[in-house]
Design a protein around this ligand. Structure first.
Ligand code: SF4
Length: 95
């Protein structure tokens, strides 16, 4: 089974055709926007993301990481990094 996981909707781009309703971030706004989105329940915390990852890994899913920009935030990079420990490379895709 294959899952496309939008790790975040944060993105440094601002495409008119965005199909994930990405929210634009830049160096000066990234942490303010991330906190606000988490407070509203619109973004998962790192702990929540790792819990989801563990569930998917235990069920042997293939995971396509997407977003937003799935490597924009350090914590999302940590999620992908952890995925490489729990799943073989052929089960992971970065879109
Ligand atoms: S998530 Fe993709 S489509 Fe949306 S703004 Fe970012 S780069 Fe553009």
């Amino acid at each position: 089974m294959d899952v496309i996981w939008n790790l975040t909707r944060a993105c440094p781009w601002d495409c008119a055709i965005c199909c994930v309703s990405g929210f634009h971030v830049c160096n000066t706004t990234e942490h303010i926007i991330q906190s606000a989105q988490k407070e509203k329940g619109k973004e998962l915390t790192l702990a929540e993301k790792l819990t989801v990852l563990k569930i998917l890994a235990d069920k042997d899913f293939e995971i396509d990481f997407s977003g937003g920009d799935p490597l924009y935030y350090d914590e999302d990079f940590r999620v992908v990094e952890q995925a490489t420990r729990w799943l073989p490379a052929e089960k992971l895709v970065l879109v």
